[in-house]
Design a protein around this ligand. Structure first.
Ligand code: ZN
Length: 485
């Protein structure tokens, strides 16, 4: 190896950092409890089922902040006019319909009549019978005449001066496609607490997944981990030791509304489902871009503090929200840290790309000033721990996490203003890590590394869940051995 400064060093290349492929398979150790990608309803069922089966080793914690829910207001667009129901679609908005009618007579005024769920706009005509109502006039009339049911707004930047065309009766819709058994109510996020002594006396470990809705593998990592811990407790002394010495909090899905949207409506959904956009950005065609990036909504090194890597634009993939902790999803994560002060380790599970990272995770634009670096001793601990965890991942099927993708977020990936691991570290002193599960795969045909994507074929997602569950269990092992300095 040579450095830019001219130095050189030589070492023998070895396949594994310590010379040997790690192999921790214990005879009789049970694993592989995942058979498919799981939407939030199934994840919650699995959490409850594990608690029913292992009541002595678990508690289910209902996190205090309900999400906004898998629901939206119903909408329809009539040229330059967007009509939005006041009620959510599931609460009556989807039953509304509106029509724009040519009265077919001369000299008629603009009139809005409401008949039950039907809104009829009779457009104004001049002396020759031609329609004269502009979009702006119709908007004013609808808001005056049907304002208890809907709100009418101009489409994006339209000035409302164009004359409106008649339109047939059009049903408003929330455009949500999940089956009826997916609740439209605000959702309760669950944590499964695992340990033989769940009284705050043991080192706490938090593993939370799916802040980003489309990252379907990430909840599976946490479920596989919970299953292994509980089902090997009676048969495997090493597992028993982990549960004797640690107090584990597992949140399979932080963002259930977004996850449902990703499963049933728009698989690329990253954010939650709460729409903070003003009317000019809230027409139905923009709906896949609404929502807050939960992992930019935290309170340390945030957009609002001047840090880089989050957006103030409500349509951006990294929209930070209207303020720090504006979203129940982020408040729930911090509530766990605040309530269970024994938590000293946390893993924020994301996909994809094969990264393993820790704070600092953000820098300021001015001077690229990062959040404070951990001390040398802390950095050494982060790095040493990373090697242990990465070796456990590699033991499953030989997946290597590149050294250049192991390190502080700001060094190996980017600045992510307002991310959760930073708040856990700087405000609570929790060793906060981030996985980006799903390492690139070598394609021998093209001789390139290829990303696996957010929703790889299940066979690949399944393998990722198994290997990163091993990594997570290795982190719990570090926690079991941890002694506060
Ligand atoms: Zn993510």
């Amino acid at each position: 190896m040579t450095s830019a400064g001219g130095g050189t060093a030589q070492a023998r290349v070895k396949e594994w950092p310590d010379g040997e492929r790690p192999d921790r398979t214990i005879p009789g150790y049970r694993k592989d409890f995942i058979t498919q990608y799981m939407p939030p309803g199934q994840l919650n069922e699995r959490v409850k089922a594990l608690h029913r089966q292992f009541p002595q080793l678990t508690d289910v914690i209902a996190l205090p902040y309900l999400t906004n829910g898998y629901r939206r207001h119903a909408q329809a667009q009539f040229g330059a006019i967007v009509v939005t129901s006041l009620a959510y679609g599931s609460e009556g908005g989807n039953d509304l319909a509106m029509e724009l009618v040519d009265p077919g007579a001369q000299g008629r005024p603009l009139q809005v009549t409401v008949n039950g769920k039907l809104i009829t706009v009779s457009l104004a005509t001049d002396a020759s019978g031609a329609i004269t109502s502009t979009a702006a006039q119709v908007i004013t009339a609808v808001n005056a005449g049907a304002g208890s049911l809907v709100k009418a707004t101009p489409y994006r930047t339209d000035d409302g001066q164009g004359v409106v065309a008649p339109a047939p009766l059009t049903q408003l819709s929330d455009f949500l496609k999940a089956p009826a058994d997916v609740s439209r109510e605000p959702a309760r996020v669950l944590a499964l607490r695992i340990g033989a002594h769940r009284d705050g006396s043991r080192t706490g470990v938090l593993a939370y997944a799916q802040e980003h809705a489309r990252e379907w593998v990430t909840p599976l990592v946490t479920i596989e981990t919970a299953e292994r811990l509980l089902r090997n407790y009676a048969r495997d002394p090493a597992t028993r030791r982990l549960l004797q010495r640690t107090d584990i909090f597992i949140v399979p899905t932080v963002n259930p509304d977004g996850a449902n949207y990703s499963f049933y409506d728009y698989n690329f959904q990253r954010k939650n489902m709460t729409n903070h956009c003003p009317a000019a950005q809230a027409d139905p065609a923009a709906r896949h871009s609404w929502g807050v990036d939960v992992n930019r909504n935290y309170a340390v090194g945030s957009l609002f503090d001047g840090y880089v890597g989050a957006s103030a634009n409500c349509l951006s993939g990294t929209y930070a929200g209207p303020g720090e902790h504006s979203e129940p999803e982020s408040r729930n994560v911090i509530w766990l840290a605040r309530t269970y002060r024994n938590i000293k380790f946390a893993m924020n599970v994301h996909s994809y790309g094969g990264y393993f990272m820790w704070p600092p995770g953000a820098y300021q634009a001015a001077g690229r000033l990062t959040l404070p670096r951990p001390t040398k001793a802390q950095e050494a601990y982060f790095l040493r721990s990373a090697r242990t965890i990465e070796e456990a991942i590699a033991a499953e099927r030989g997946t290597v996490t590149w050294p250049q993708q192991t390190g502080p977020v700001t060094d190996v990936l980017y600045s992510a203003a307002g991310n959760s691991a930073d708040e856990l570290w700087y405000d609570f002193g929790i060793f906060g890590w981030d996985f980006e599960v799903g390492n690139d795969i070598w394609n021998p045909a093209t001789r390139t590394w290829e990303g696996v994507g957010f929703q790889p074929p299940f066979d690949e997602g399944h393998k990722e869940a198994l290997e990163y569950a091993s990594g997570l269990i290795a982190m719990i092992g570090l926690a079991a051995d941890y002694r506060a300095p």
